[in-house]
Write a protein of this length. Structure first.
Lengths: 114, 118
């Protein structure tokens, strides 16, 4: 069975600085999708960024980028120029191609220090 | 486009009562997923439905829990004879028609329904 592990329960970063959230996953599949979701205090789940495993190029969305290391099964999220509105729980997630379930990690709570 | 609508946002039940959580998917979305989030945990898959069909219920507890997505109306997650351990946030998500060639179809989540069992 696939698993997603986020080893950092909490992290803090100074406003305007850069922070990296770690995620590793375990799968025997070769084709799959990876996601980072953000859950602010409102509890709404918001997609931040996604990556197709067959693409070697790391996905980027404005201040958010990933470091996807397929061989190492690692998928970290980098947030540049951190803003107060980035404070939230961040969940790493995995989905196999052909499967509709998304498997989530336990999350990392990110604090932004003014 | 109102997004995925869940109600109620908050529901309080006493042990032994029934809880019904409703989810209306985004317009044009025919697939609904239910996830449960326990405190300080990630979301755990429960069930995946299309209209009038349960596609995958591998994450649903075998007893007391049921889900439906009728031809008309919202999807319903029903929990009978609730216990304290059922206290959690229940999230619904929807997506358009999906198959293995449709790429990384993104799930759109609702804001969740928080169930508290006294």
């Amino acid at each position: 069975a696939q698993t997603v592990t986020q080893s950092q329960p909490e992290m803090s970063v100074q406003e305007a600085e850069t922070v990296t959230l770690s995620c590793t996953y375990d799968t025997s599949e070769s084709d799959y999708y990876l996601f980072w979701y953000k859950q602010p205090p409102s509890r709404q789940m918001i997609l931040v960024i996604r990556q197709e495993a067959y693409k070697q190029q790391n996905a980027t969305e404005n201040r958010f980028s990933v470091n996807f290391q397929k061989a190492a099964k690692s998928f970290s999220l980098k947030i540049s120029d951190s803003q107060l509105g980035d404070a939230a729980m961040y969940f790493c997630a995995y989905r196999s191609v052909g499967d509709d379930k998304i498997i989530f990690g336990k999350g990392t709570r990110l604090h932004i220090l003014p | 486009n109102a997004g995925v609508m869940q109600n109620p946002r908050h529901l309080v039940r006493r042990r032994g009562q029934e809880a019904r959580l409703r989810c209306s998917p985004m317009k044009g979305h025919s697939h609904v997923y239910w996830y449960r989030q326990l405190p300080e945990e990630g979301l755990k898959f429960m069930v995946y439905l299309q209209k009038e069909n349960i596609i995958d219920e591998s994450g649903m507890p075998k007893e007391r829990f049921s889900a439906e997505f009728p031809k008309e109306g919202p999807s319903i997650l029903r929990i009978q004879q609730v216990v304290r351990g059922d206290s959690a946030a229940y999230f619904c998500a929807s997506s358009p028609i999906t198959n293995k060639f449709s790429g990384a179809n993104v799930l759109t989540f609702g804001a969740g329904s928080r169930l508290t069992v006294l």
